[in-house]
Design a protein around this ligand. Structure first.
Ligand SMILES: *Cc1c(COP(=O)(O)O)cnc(C)c1O
Length: 413
């Protein structure tokens, strides 16, 4: 259970200079097996073969011009090129608090309950490092975003999966209850969920809250896709449920919401005592980052509702375009209620190993995708599943689908 799964296609390179038995690999135990993230691995193959990259989940167009202009202004103003305050620039912390109120009806104190982080990735890592002692169990939805595995391992925690099982990847509260033991310290949630697209309903979250309260657990919740929910799905922050604000660290990021993933502006929201633990770790990871991007993201968070509505409808249309196309090609498609990704079962097309499928795809078909097994506690659970990103322009989705017509020529097995 503590083994990681993201390094399958890229075993660690041999230790430099290691030339005899007894030579110790330079990596410490806490990074052993973490390898290279699957996203980097597949993106390298995509570039090498000129493939349409439906693998890594970054948008292929930049976020709003006015937000980019705000960053340019901040760069030129000369006020934002040195270390920002440790918690983040006040205007951004206030904008994060306003955003939390406007969209979720949650009141947070921008001075004591908001911490700007280097993306959600650092927020999650700092929460794990700040709140988990070696040997503590961390219960997380399985499959997982791959940085969770690394963060839990770096903290010395023990990962305990709660499976969102195919084909529908639904949350099962019975599995959650069974996963909690006296050693459980923390529940790590992600909704809307990467890679499955599951959005936890109000009932699901009430069940999670009941378990957290009964067992006095901290909940760390990654909500980077909070604005990307489709059809009738609704994003409900668990921090808003009764009894939860005081035990929840809510993490989000500007990357996915504003199509500015390279800026790495994220945040953690929590009551003072919990946030202090997160800050203790965060301040010695990066201290601060993204000076001129911080006021620009403050501007972004205050964009009118039309921006957020348009984002949602655009992405919903792209989801449909990709899901319909994959369905027409013969894949078994799970329609995601949120996020950036469609998952498919590859068996109807005669394939049965998603890793091999994704390794072969760029070269034989000219498309890149991500094998699900990289995300699962037990890689066998994700063996037949492949994840495709629809955070791409429609012409790119169409080009990818067009190329996938060549799948017939790809080796089976
Ligand atoms: C993309 C992603 C992140 C990374 O967010 P950054 O702000 O880029 O660090 C974190 N969690 C999930 C679930 C993601 O999909």
């Amino acid at each position: 259970m503590t083994e990681t799964t993201t390094d399958q296609p890229s075993p660690d390179p041999p230790a430099p200079g290691g030339d005899g038995p007894g030579d110790r690999a330079p990596g410490a135990a806490r990074v052993r097996g973490l390898g290279t993230t699957i996203f980097a691995e597949m993106s390298v193959r995509a570039v090498h073969h000129g493939a349409v990259n439906l693998g890594q989940g970054f948008p292929d167009t930049d976020g709003p011009d006015e937000v980019v202009e705000a960053a340019v202004d901040a760069l030129r103003s000369g006020d934002h090129n040195q270390y920002p305050p440790g918690a983040g620039v006040p205007e951004l912390r206030r904008a994060i608090a306003r955003h939390q109120d406007r969209f979720h009806g949650l009141q947070v104190d921008p001075d004591t309950e908001v911490l700007v982080t280097t993306g959600a990735t650092e927020g999650v890592a700092a929460a794990l490092l700040g709140l988990v002692d070696p040997g503590d169990e961390v219960v997380a939805l399985d499959p997982y975003y791959d940085s969770y595995t690394a963060g839990i391992q770096l903290a010395g925690g023990v990962r305990v999966p709660v499976t969102l099982a195919p084909p529908d990847f639904a949350f099962d509260p019975v599995r959650l209850e069974a996963a909690v033991t006296p050693r459980t310290r923390l529940l790590l949630l992600n909704s809307p969920h990467n890679p499955t697209g599951t959005v936890l309903s109000r009932d699901d979250l009430a069940a999670v809250a009941a378990v957290a309260i009964a067992n006095d657990l901290v909940v760390v919740t990654d909500e980077v896709y909070e604005h990307l929910v489709y059809d009738d799905a609704e994003h409900v922050p668990i921090a808003g449920l009764p009894g939860m604000a005081e035990r929840t660290v809510t993490i989000s990021s500007a990357g996915k919401t504003f199509a500015l993933t390279g800026w790495k502006i994220g945040w953690a929201i929590a009551p003072e005592p919990l946030l202090a633990a997160v800050r203790s770790a965060k301040q010695f990871l990066t201290y601060v980052s993204g000076g001129p991007f911080q006021p620009a993201i403050a501007h972004a968070l205050d964009l009118p509702d039309a921006y957020f509505d348009n984002l949602r409808s655009t992405m919903e249309a792209r989801r449909d375009r990709l899901a319909d196309g994959l369905d027409a090609l013969g894949f078994e498609v799970a329609i995601p209620a949120g996020g950036y990704f469609v998952s498919t079962d590859i068996r109807p097309l005669g394939f049965d190993d998603g890793m091999q499928f994704c390794l072969d795809l760029p070269e034989h078909v000219g498309v890149a995708a991500i094998p699900h097994q990289a995300f699962w506690d037990d890689p066998a659970m994700g063996r037949r599943l492949v994840r495709w990103s629809f955070a791409k322009q429609e012409s790119v989705l169409d080009a990818g689908l067009e190329r996938l017509q060549r799948l017939d020529a790809m080796p089976r097995g």
